[in-house]
Every structure is written in C-alpha cells, then in structure tokens.
Unconditional design. Structure first.
Length: 367
C-alpha cells in the first residue's frame, strides 16, 4: 500500500436530500421489493485523484452522473463492484454481514484491474454512512434486505490505454426480496462459452466478467433454465461457477464439495461462510475439481444428492436440475430443496438477521 493509501482518511460530509421519497410510496415499495428496481434517496461518493489520494467524501442525494464521453471507463472498462446487504436485526437495529470481507475483496479487485485501492476502513465507513441515512429503506419481511452496491469507475478524461489517474467510488442501495423463488432452480451447463481463463480476471469482481456471461445466460433461458453453469476454459470438463454465483454439491457421505479457488473463480463471501458453517455442523468439506460427467453420473446414482448456488443476491438457492445437450442431472426429486441446503441456509440467514448467536463475529451493527 503506497503513501496515498496510508494518509489520513477523509471525513464524510452529509448532504440530506431535499426531496425524500414520500413515506407512503416507500411503504408501498417495501411491501414487495423487486430486486434492483427501486433505489433509496441517497448515495455515498468518494473521489480519487493521483497525487491527492482519496478526497471529497460525502453522502448526498441520489442523482444521475455526468461523465465526459472520453471518460476512460467507457472505453477501457476499468470498473469494479461489490454486492452486500443490510438487514433488520431481530430485537431492533440494522446490520451488515462481514463488510470487512467485501472491503478486502474490493481492494483485491482494484489491484487486479490496475485501479486505485480504496482503504478498507473507508469502504466500510461509506457503506455505514449510507445505511444510516437511508435506514428507513431497510425492509423487515421474510427474506428481505437492503441490497448495497459499492462500485468504482475510472473517470479520467483521456483516450489512451493506461491505468487511469482519476476514480469515482460510490455506494447505492435498493430494497430487495428473494432473488429466486422458494423452490429449486434449473441450470444450463454451457459447453460453448467460458467465464474465465487462467491469468484472467475471474477472481476479480469486475463488470466485464458479467458482460461476457450474458450470452450464455440468454442461451440458458432458451433451454428453459434459470441460470447458467460454466466449465473450465482448458478442457471444458470441470465445474467452475455460475453466471453470478458460486456452486456447491452435497454427496451421500455428508461431504460438501465445491470447486477450488484457482484464480478463475470469484472468492465468494457467502461461499466462505457456508464452508465454515458446514464444518461447524460436522460436515466434511472438499474444495476439489468436479468433473461434469462424473457429476451427472453421480446425480443419477444418488452419489450427489444435492446441489445449490450461493452468493450475496441469491443467498443459497437449491438446484433441482442441471441440463445440457447430452441429458439432465436431477438432484432429489428435482423440485424439493434438500435437507442440507435448507439447514445451511437457515444457519446463515439466522446469523445475518440476528436470530441466532453470532459466534464468528460476522455481524457488523450500524444502528
């Protein structure tokens, strides 16, 4: 970390909006929040300039950005983001879940994309300040939360292939319900497209990874599936991750299996949390390569009895079927979430919402 990163962090200026959302309208939105459609009244903003470091930190009214057409993000894709949530805590209060882990991953993504690294304490403070001012937007219904989107773009006005010298970090928020429904999802195994390759940006949370997955996601919809699963780029043989989530499997010997983090898979915070909870529950965990053919065979024989996707948005979503041109792999009856999936999801969400003891000190109380 250079001198600019270790300098005194800027203090936030709070500029409340003069046109807050009407309470009745907000209540209407919170009654049935649609993922990523309605946003809160404010946003957090911090600027970076080479030589000056991070400065001009503020929480202000949410509003459109003004960008020069030559802003480097529009041409060279220097952009990263995070996904996290704030929850209403049982007994009162609002909290986030492992925000320091998001801050660390954000800094690592910045390093991979040759962007300025935001100090982790400043990342957490920006999220805290936004949640405080928009706390009335945190819903309280079952499975609901306030989704938080910290992101950073390169906004230097310059046409040339080099790391930018100016950046804009922001946090916006929207109330959300469940990403998927309560049942099992169906997943298409892509055999034509790959998400990431060794030495690439697979472990960074950058927009390009998701843009590149959209054509495969559209392909999955054509086959009647909810999501897409990618295989490795070298052999098109080993399971990697889904379009925006990690993936896990449960064997009949009570072992949780998930692909290892080898640089092509995003190191999910939900993934890590589930692994730790599984170990606490006495399960064996294997971070090992999963051969897609063996997985299909194992689903047929009952060797692999459950599969699920996991991530901040989806939390934990059971997979009923995997589909590909050569056939279908069904887990359980294909419709009912498995016992292990249900138990792990409950253990995780109970911690996030304060319904159980936070032994790991994962919950970050804001209010």
């Amino acid at each position: 970390m250079d001198a600019e990163q270790t300098a005194t962090l800027p203090t936030f200026t709070i500029e409340p909006t003069t046109t807050p959302t009407d309470a009745a309208r907000r209540a209407e939105i919170l009654a049935n929040p649609v993922f990523g459609r309605a946003f809160t009244d404010h946003m957090a903003v911090i600027r970076y300039t080479e030589g000056e470091g991070w400065h001009d930190a503020k929480v202000t009214a949410r509003q459109p950005l003004t960008l020069d057409p030559a802003s480097s993000v529009l041409h060279y894709g220097q952009e990263i983001f995070e996904g996290m949530k704030a929850y209403r805590i049982a007994g009162g209060g609002v909290a986030t879940f492992r925000p320091e882990a998001n801050a660390r991953r954000f800094r690592e993504s910045a390093a991979r994309m040759a962007m300025a690294e935001l100090p982790e304490a400043l990342f957490v403070e920006a999220v805290d300040q936004l949640v405080k001012i928009d706390s009335e937007w945190v819903p309280s219904g079952d499975g609901q939360s306030l989704y938080l989107r910290p992101f950073m773009i390169a906004n230097e006005v310059f046409l040339g292939v080099k790391p930018a010298s100016e950046y804009l970090f922001m946090v916006i928020a929207c109330p959300v319900g469940a990403y998927f429904g309560k049942g099992c999802v169906s997943v298409w195994v892509s055999e034509d497209y790959t998400r990431a390759a060794p030495g690439g940006t697979g472990a960074a949370k950058c927009g390009g990874n998701y843009a590149g997955s959209l054509v495969a996601q559209a392909e999955s919809k054509k086959h009647g599936c909810d999501q897409v699963l990618f295989l490795d780029s070298r052999e098109q043989r080993f399971v990697e991750e889904m379009g925006g989530m990690n993936v896990m499997f449960v064997r009949d010997d009570n072992t949780l299996v998930t692909p290892p983090l080898t640089g092509t898979i995003l190191p999910g915070i939900t993934r890590d949390s589930i692994i730790r909870l599984a170990i606490q529950k006495g399960m064996k965990v294997e971070e090992a390569a999963v051969d897609i053919d063996e997985l299909f065979q194992g689903a047929a024989s009952g060797r692999y009895k459950e599969a699920f996707a996991c991530g901040t948005a989806a939390v934990l979503s059971p997979i009923g079927t995997l589909r590909r041109a050569g056939g279908v792999a069904t887990f359980g009856d294909g419709e009912t979430p498995g016992a292990v999936s249900v138990a792990l999801k409950k253990a995780l969400t109970d911690i996030q919402t304060g319904r159980s003891n936070d032994q790991q000190n994962w919950v970050h109380h804001i209010l």
